[in-house]
Design a protein around this ligand. Structure first.
Ligand code: 2IP
Ligand code: CA
Length: 386
């Protein structure tokens, strides 16, 4: 499978997913379903008591469908946050999938949406829309190929779902950061090596990057990166060090971070907060902050794989928090390149044996996303002393 064709396909399908996310918020019929509060009464035998999950599943299935059409067999290597099976209260099940034609997809969605024809039509139109992003990559077609069976894919169809539902146009500061709002929502796709578990290709699409009050429309932003052996390319024009105009030493945190960790970091850096795991990694990749630290096991493989690949193509990385602090202590701070490589988050196997369900794919013991090794070591010095 040609790396150029695969990356372009990932960029296009993520854009289609982002477009679906925008359509759902722009069309009254769909928006009312998204924000609808379900009373006990309404929870009858309908399939969709939870339209948010349908939106997630639909984006995931579009990505699966589009890629498998172009690269037959790739669908077997998919892992997404959502299960595509919906069950109603009568115990009947239905699979959400993209059918061959718009009409067939519409008919299926109508069943799931309890006969809401208008909503089914709007959604199926977005699902079957022709999206061509025509991104040019600085790689020659046919120069780099990967066998299909070697690849795995992680998708987070809509990261920061809470922000997506609340629908606020967040405030973006002079530092380019948005603490919470639609700007924090991301479609994330990551391709990894099934054998080594390393991230290879990543796409992040921010469907609601900038709001235009004149048109009442949102413009999105898409970034991509490829990190395969000597091939290290991405959509960002300059290395992080050159691009950054903000003072160095800013660490991004979740508002639910452990106060002890927070306190330790405040002693060596400036800290800032934002919603969305994907968003926090993206702003680190973009060089708006220098690191993202999360000591808890609350991020998942699908949150991290895509942006990790982009970060890797820029010379940075994502290490496991608890393992890194432990090794730093054991080796009295003398971490080698090979140690750093060993500490990177992997995507092919669970971090913890015996975990069940979604927990199986959490990043056990937290993560640290960094763009420069020296800054990572500075943080580890402080954190390993806790
Ligand atoms: C969530 C989402 C949350 C994040 C959590 C993710 O994914 O990105 O915002 O928590 O880690 O798993 P926080 O904002 O505290 O970092 P989803 O929205 O897809 O459930
Ligand atoms: Ca997520």
């Amino acid at each position: 499978m040609d790396v150029v064709s695969l990356t372009k396909a990932l960029i296009s399908t993520a854009e289609k997913g982002a477009n679906i996310a925008r359509v759902i918020r722009a069309e009254e019929e769909l928006l009312s379903l998204l924000v609808e509060e379900k009373s006990g009464q309404q929870k009858n035998d309908r399939f969709v008591n939870d339209f948010k999950t349908l939106a997630d599943v639909l984006v995931q299935e579009v990505v699966r469908h589009d890629l498998s059409k172009q690269f037959p067999g790739i669908e077997r290597n998919f892992h997404g946050e959502e299960s595509s099976k919906f069950t109603n209260t009568m115990g009947e099940s239905i699979l959400v999938e993209v059918k061959a034609t718009r009409e067939e997809t519409c008919a299926l969605l109508e069943t799931i949406l309890d006969g809401n024809r208008k909503a089914a039509e709007l959604l199926s139109e977005a699902v079957h829309a022709d999206i061509n992003t025509s991104t040019e990559l600085p790689i020659r077609t046919g120069q780099h190929c990967l066998p299909v069976h070697m690849l795995g894919l992680w998708i987070d169809p809509i990261d920061s779902t809470a922000q997506y539902i609340s629908g606020e146009n967040g405030l973006t500061g002079e530092d380019g950061l948005t603490e919470h709002g639609l700007q924090n929502v991301l479609v994330l796709i990551g391709v990894y090596d099934q054998l080594t578990g390393q991230p290879l290709i990543g796409v992040t699409n921010q469907p609601f990057h900038k709001y235009n009050p004149d048109t009442d429309r949102w413009a999105g932003r898409s970034e991509w990166g490829v990190s395969i052996g000597n091939l290290q390319v991405n959509s960002l024009s300059q290395p992080v060090e050159v691009q950054s105009t903000v003072p160095r030493g800013i660490v991004m945190l979740s508002s639910s971070e452990d106060p002890q960790v927070e306190g330790a970091l405040k002693a060596v850096s400036q800290v800032t907060y934002a919603s969305g795991a994907g968003y926090k990694i993206l702003v680190t990749v973009l060089g708006l902050v220098d690191a993202y630290v999360i000591s808890k096991s609350t991020t998942y493989k699908w949150d991290v794989c895509g942006p990790h690949a982009i970060m890797k193509s820029r010379g940075g990385g994502v290490v496991r928090y608890s393992k890194a602090t432990q090794l730093f202590k054991e080796k009295a701070g003398q971490l080698t390149e090979s140690d750093l490589c060993e500490l990177q988050v992997r995507y092919a196997t669970p971090d913890k044996v015996n975990a069940q369900g979604a927990k199986m794919w959490c990043n056990e013991g937290g993560i640290i996303v960094y763009s420069e090794k020296t800054f990572l070591l500075k943080l580890l010095e402080k954190l390993s002393a806790l």
